[in-house]
Design a binder for this molecule. Sequence first.
Ligand code: ARG
Length: 589
Amino acid sequence: MEKFLTELGNAVAKAFKEAGYDENLGKVTVSNRPDLCEYQCNGAMAGAKIYKKAPIAIANDVCEILKNSEAFSTVEVCPPGFINLNVNDKFLADYISKMAEADKLGIENPKESKRFIIDYGGPNVAKPLHVGHLRSAVIGESIKRIIRYMGHEAIGDIHLGDWGLQMGLVIAAFKEANPDLVYFNDDYTGDYPEEAPFTVADLEEIYPKASARSKEDAAFKDEAMACTKKLQDGVRGYRALWKHIINVSVTDLKKNYDNLNVEFDLWKGESDVHDVIPGMVKYLKDGGYAYLSDGALVVDVKEETDTKEIPPCMILKSDGASLYNTTDLATIQERVKEYDPDGIIYLTDKRQELYFEQVFRCARKTGLVKEGTKLVHIGFGTVNGTDGKPFKTRDGGVMRLEYLIKDINDKMYEKISTGREMSEEEAKKVAKMVALSAIKYGDLSNQASKDYIFDTERFMSFEGDTGPYLLYTVVRIKSILKKFTENGGNPEECRITSEISNASHKNLLMKLSAYNEMMEGVFEELAPHRICSYLYDLANIFNSFYHETKILSEENEELKKNYIALLNLTLRVSKDCMDCLGFEAPERM
Ligand code: ARG
């Protein structure tokens, strides 16, 4: 379906043309003075320069014709030459009624479907998830859903940090405590035990200790590096132990991501490209891209237009070891080979911005990706506590994501179960849904690149710009529709008519009419926060309508059905928005 603003613009463009001016001047936007009018066109101002004529004269010429247009109820010229427009009720209602009948609420499928890989989550094996991991998972999941909703293909890859020194550290520490285990016996040729010799809790204790120790104890660090090398060289016992670390860790990660309603298509990791690195390095050398600088292998990535220093992209360290860059470049090569994507989108902390700039330039310059393949890094800001400093537990430790989610679930359960008649089972389920909306909306409603304050109390509130408020609004609509059904009506059979009863009714229609345009913008900018602000506006506008209008008690049956159809449409739009954000509303709360 054509966007509503485009339809309005077409009417204005026609008038410009008929009045003898360029039709391209007839662009319509939402009014920035809602006290004066609903929409506006500033084309007469631009026309003044072209036609060397006062803008007001042009505007008058156009308005004379536009007055007869069925699209507008009033058309006014406002000095120095603005055209102020109010939309005709029937024109608006007809559009909304078409939207209600259209596939996907009037959002057109693309002529050509594109394929994207979303690299998000990015947890490191054996390290527990903390609040910082929330953003990559939550924003990445939303972007994946938005892309799919818009009719494209999205493949989500978690890209585990499962290789390198962090693994060597765990193995070295474990070896020191259990030197006699079969994994460390080089002469052993039999099968290794199926059961892991540690639990996830053990791992979570081992890693931070080992990591801290390696910074002070040089011998231990050497041992960890030796273990890393053995692992990477494929020594059987080390590989077997590493597989246990991955399995134990991944089982735990899956549980955590499940709780967040985050789902990956691929559980690949840095280790998956280990074997293709030598080939890629050879390619970079043979192509004349990589050269030795102080012993390290690097590719220059600076460009003439740079205003800041962009250091070369390092491919191998001077000891020949690969690094983060190497696995990322090899992963790009593999993704291109396996999926031929139109774009790869990465979600990490914005501190990795320069890093990705180097990697992307390197991939492009060396032909690892095709000219048209988009490489996008979405860098997000820090999650702070209410004191404005990076989020910590009360005693200053790192807040584990698992505990944070549990805490909010518990608090929400208390809130939901007091004063409501609900079974314990239902209250638990509802609390979990509402808590998830609190966490996700709290994050997603901020522009990704900005830091934000994780304010549990505010996020959980049923009022204001919060997830629970949106859910509450949807539940309100559901409950009205349910009553209508219980009284023998069928919302699906109700149709939107051209009758508009009051200003808040019209506002609601106008907000709904902007839906496809909003979603297209969200997709182009990969900006879930714009869905949030749309949804919040929609909820506010709906609630004003609800407070000002008798719905179920409306005596005029036709009008009542018109309302019900409108509620049903508002519900569908809200649901699709929430689905793109990655949460949903319960039946009641
Ligand atoms: N594991 C990485 C980290 O903790 C994030 C991985 C992001 N993805 C990537 N392809 N580099 O920083």
